[in-house]
Design a protein around this ligand. Structure first.
Ligand code: HEC
Length: 189
């Protein structure tokens, strides 16, 4: 009995801090994603209302990476947007992100709502351990003027100029446009 208790306490003592760290990563990642998403959406809506769609392309181009950096610095993690089909090649998904995005597509097909599409995992690459989390970004009505099937000509002309390798068109409302992707190195000591 005593040995069992000691055994249990030892396990608890060693696992508690790890659980606490995981929990802290999960909640910080959620918070970071929320802040990134809300700031971007607000900037997008404001710009669409005041400047129109063509100028708003600049919001997606310049503001998105800037907000990502601010949020990353604040929460001490790496955050970005990615997708299976990207507009900016800098946003190309890595292998882990691609498999999670494919799984999101499957889960959506099997009836899950986009809001629920989230996945997190501890990943080890080249001896470096990281916490990783992804959360799907759905395609809303406001998105299709720049990512949809029929993009207005003025916007298309501007997109062709800025993104000659653009793949991020043809999306319909309710589909997965991409995902937020967060990673943080797990301290080893
Ligand atoms: C005014 C045009 C415009 C609108 C509206 C727009 N986007 Fe974009 N989107 C862009 C541009 C331009 C980029 C490339 C940004 C860059 O250079 O990183 C982009 C990039 C993205 C990316 C990053 C992956 C990639 O393809 O490079 C995601 C995810 C994304 N948009 C989702 C959305 C969602 C969701 C909405 C609607 C809420 C939306 N966008 C509305 C123009 C737009």
């Amino acid at each position: 009995m005593q040995i069992r208790q000691i055994f249990l306490i030892t396990i608890l003592l060693f696992s508690a801090p790890i659980q606490a760290e995981t929990k802290s990563f999960e909640s910080q990642a959620n918070q970071a994603i929320k802040e990134f998403a809300e700031t971007l959406k607000a900037a997008l809506m404001l710009s669409l209302q005041t400047d129109g769609s063509v100028k708003t392309i600049g919001v997606c181009k310049d503001i998105a990476p800037r907000v990502a950096k601010q949020v990353a610095d604040k929460y001490q993690l790496d955050i970005r947007r990615t997708a299976l089909k990207v507009r900016n090649p800098d946003n190309t998904a890595d292998d882990w992100e691609k498999s999670v995005l494919r799984e999101f597509e499957n889960r959506l097909e099997n009836g899950e709502t986009i809001k629920k599409l989230r996945f997190s995992e501890q990943v080890e690459t080249d001896g470096v351990k990281q916490w990783r989390v992804m959360k799907a970004i759905g395609t809303d009505l406001v998105c299709v003027s720049c990512h949809g099937e029929k993009i207005p000509e003025q916007i298309q002309v501007e997109l062709n100029k800025l993104y000659p390798e653009d793949q991020a068109t043809g999306f319909s409302v309710g589909s997965v446009r991409g995902a937020f992707s967060v990673k943080q190195r797990i301290p080893t000591d």
